[in-house]
Design a protein around this ligand. Structure first.
Ligand code: ATP
Length: 359
């Protein structure tokens, strides 16, 4: 296996930068998810790493080999990159073993060696015993595992997944997530996993690269993305973060500041060195919002909608002081949250969104 280093890569289509000055490294054996809204450049990034597209500027290295730079590009078949697509792309007339061994047959690998490599690859994805089936007689999850075995049989340096679970139903997705995680643990394969599903990215990845309009917005562990978003886009994109205007009043001990938010004073976490300022923004999560007790600091909000979520109610609200802002909390049922009624809320914690460059 090998690591991947992407340095200042830009990919332009006409005059549009689909990927803009992206730098990131994937360590040998790491599972990196690339996450972002539709059109943010995830697939383009995968395609330049695979070698299907030439880059406009920058450099891509796989291990110590430069595979793309402005003056040249190693063709896809020489990169030793395996790709698992969302539509599996299996040959329907071939058995599982024939599908998996196809590239070895084309490369004229000795038959006995090929048979063993196919058996090893099927075993890695827990498909022993299904070698003679045809794709039509497999479940969606099994087909996806055949696609994974087919890519592993070629002993790739790194494996790219392009939304591999997008075609599966919600139950199968969860079990395939477990399988991918177990597979990664077992093999130590270096993986770049493209997805727009953040729950999937959070569950699987060592680190997540969040993309926004072709740029890398933040590269961090799932926990750090959730707790310490680097900018407003990441704050609101990850786990439905709520971004609120704040005035920073003072720096407090141990990575905290005292802020005024919607008329309430609250102490929130921050990066070191934050100073008082008027135009700040904080990110809070639904669990950071509670119903205020009598006499407690807080603010009034009007219920705009209540949605039953099975065992809980998602209550959407707007602060009376700033009705253009949208808040939401999850409350256990039963509860009466009539649209138009008012509730007093308090913010219990949060994160000061840093000024300036992403971490
Ligand atoms: P999705 O999640 O919807 O698949 P994505 O994040 O993978 O989106 P890309 O497919 O990488 O996004 O596209 C990024 C941008 O580049 C889009 O605006 C897209 O229209 C544009 N783009 C992609 N490929 C081309 C191309 N061959 N020619 C022109 N524009 C392109």
């Amino acid at each position: 296996m090998a690591g991947l280093t992407i340095s200042n890569v830009t990919k332009t289509f006409g005059d549009y930068d689909a990927v803009k000055d992206v730098s990131l490294d994937v360590r040998d054996g790491e599972f990196l998810a690339v996450l972002g809204p539709s059109g943010c450049g995830k697939t383009t990034l995968l395609r330049v790493v695979a070698g299907f597209e030439k880059i406009s500027s920058g450099q891509i290295r796989i291990g110590s080999d430069v595979v793309s730079n402005a003056s040249g590009s190693v063709p896809p078949e020489k990169r030793r990159v395996g790709i698992v697509f969302q539509n599996y792309a299996l040959w329907p007339h071939m058995t599982v073993a024939e599908n998996v061994g196809y590239s070895l047959r084309v490369a004229k690998v000795d038959k006995a060696v090929a048979r063993q490599r196919v058996a090893d690859a099927l075993s890695l994805v827990n498909l022993d015993g299904l070698a003679d089936r045809r794709p039509a007689n497999l479940s969606g999850g099994q087909r996806q595992r055949v696609a994974l075995a087919r890519c592993l049989v070629a002993a790739p340096s790194l494996v790219l997944f392009d939304e591999p679970l997008a075609n599966l139903d919600v139950h199968l997705r969860a079990s395939m997530e477990d399988e991918f995680a177990a597979f990664h643990k077992r093999t130590g394969t270096t993986i770049v996993y493209i997805t727009h599903d953040q729950a999937e990215a959070m569950a699987l990845a060592d680190r997540i690269a969040v993309m926004d309009h072709g740029r890398l917005a933040q590269l961090a562990t799932p926990r750090d993305l959730y707790r310490e978003p680097a900018n407003e886009m990441v704050a609101s994109f990850i786990a439905q973060g709520i971004v609120l205007p704040a005035k920073i009043m003072s720096a407090e001990q141990g990575g905290h500041v005292r802020a005024e938010v919607l008329g309430q004073e609250v102490v929130v976490r921050c990066r070191p060195g934050e100073q008082p300022r008027a135009d700040a923004k904080i990110c809070i999560r639904p669990p950071d919002l509670e119903i205020a007790g009598k006499g407690e600091a807080g603010f009034d909000a009007t219920v705009t909608r209540a949605i039953y979520k099975g065992g809980a109610v998602r209550v959407e609200l707007s602060p009376v002081l700033q009705p253009d802002l949208h808040l939401h909390v999850e409350r256990p049922e039963p509860g009466s949250f009539e649209p138009g009624s008012q509730i007093r809320l308090k913010i219990t914690s949060g994160w000061l969104i840093p000024n300036g460059k992403p971490a």
